[in-house]
Design a protein around this ligand. Structure first.
Ligand SMILES: [Fe+2]
Ligand SMILES: [Fe+2]
Length: 285
């Protein structure tokens, strides 16, 4: 196991979420979850969260924002970015893992087949493109994983919250209270979230997509809120309304995984049109 990047595949994190939040909880899924908790994969996921919770402090996030929100890594079209992202899984087992493009297409195709508006379909297709951060040399725990507010106390509802005792913010009196540096119901736009692929992509596309879509992109890994309502005290009315969309989106992100890969060649013309309807030819990453 690589100490800095404990997951064999960055999607092991998503698989862990699926175990935490199965589509329907049955005795079988409960048993599967218990078995999973004893597995080697569960150990690497634990190690991953330990690093994430230890290092995602207010200062750490500020530094990442300073670096990546200048967008001087690369100029790419969305297609370049998706192809670039796909190099991530080259060395994983092709029998069991879907590549990144396939996950994006399964999500977006499930949205499309439910008859949702085209910007919702596009959101499904784009939502994980921010994972290109991994290819800029960022460690897994600074790209994927549940996201959460920094600058106030960490909720017990966050997975493996015990590891927050290792985070310097936990002993910083400015940050370790319920509200920390924030005001009651100040709105999430005023709240700094832990750094990862969600915030990064949001910042790249924020001028081009409807508000609902931007919420889905920005908060899709904020499980302690959209599954547990742990930060209601920071949300404003707009956030509450928009989180209905985040929840709607989450269903497709988590539960559209099927073993049959979508036909990416056949689907490409549709998605080319859709991308060019909303986004410029190239974007700054
Ligand atoms: Fe994601
Ligand atoms: Fe996803």
């Amino acid at each position: 196991m690589n100490k800095l990047n404990p997951l064999e595949n960055i999607d092991d994190w998503d698989d862990d979420i699926l175990k935490r939040y199965p589509e329907k909880t049955t005795d079988k899924t409960k048993k599967e979850f218990r078995d999973y908790q004893n597995s080697n994969r569960a150990k690497t996921v634990r190690e991953f969260y330990k690093l994430n919770h230890q290092y995602q402090s207010f200062e750490f996030v500020s530094k990442k924002e300073d670096r990546f929100l200048k967008f001087n890594e690369r100029k790419m079209s969305i297609w370049d970015a998706v192809e670039f992202l796909n190099t991530l899984v080259d060395d994983s087992d092709p029998d069991i893992e879907l590549d990144q493009l396939q996950h994006l297409l399964q999500t977006s195709e499930a949205i499309r087949s439910d008859g949702h508006p085209d910007w919702f379909v596009l959101t499904g297709f784009l939502h994980d493109v921010g994972k290109v951060l991994c290819l800029f040399g960022e460690p897994q725990w600074a790209v994927v994983g549940d996201t959460f507010p920094v600058g106030c106390s960490f909720s017990k509802s966050i997975v493996h919250s015990e590891y927050f005792s290792l985070n310097p913010d936990s002993s910083n009196p400015n940050y370790n209270t319920k509200y920390g540096i924030y005001k009651e119901n100040c709105g999430l736009d005023n709240v700094k979230m832990s750094w990862g692929h969600d915030e990064y992509l949001y910042q790249i596309v924020k001028d081009y997509l409807p508000q609902e879509s931007l919420y889905m992109i920005r908060y899709h890994s904020f499980y302690s809120q959209h599954k547990e309502n742990a930060y209601n005290h920071l949300l404003n009315e707009l956030d509450i309304k928009m989180f209905e969309w985040v929840k709607k989106f989450n269903k497709y992100d988590l539960y559209s995984k099927a073993p049959i890969p979508p036909d990416s060649k056949a689907l490409r013309p549709y998605y080319e049109d859709l991308v060019s309807k909303y986004l410029p030819n190239t974007l700054n990453f």
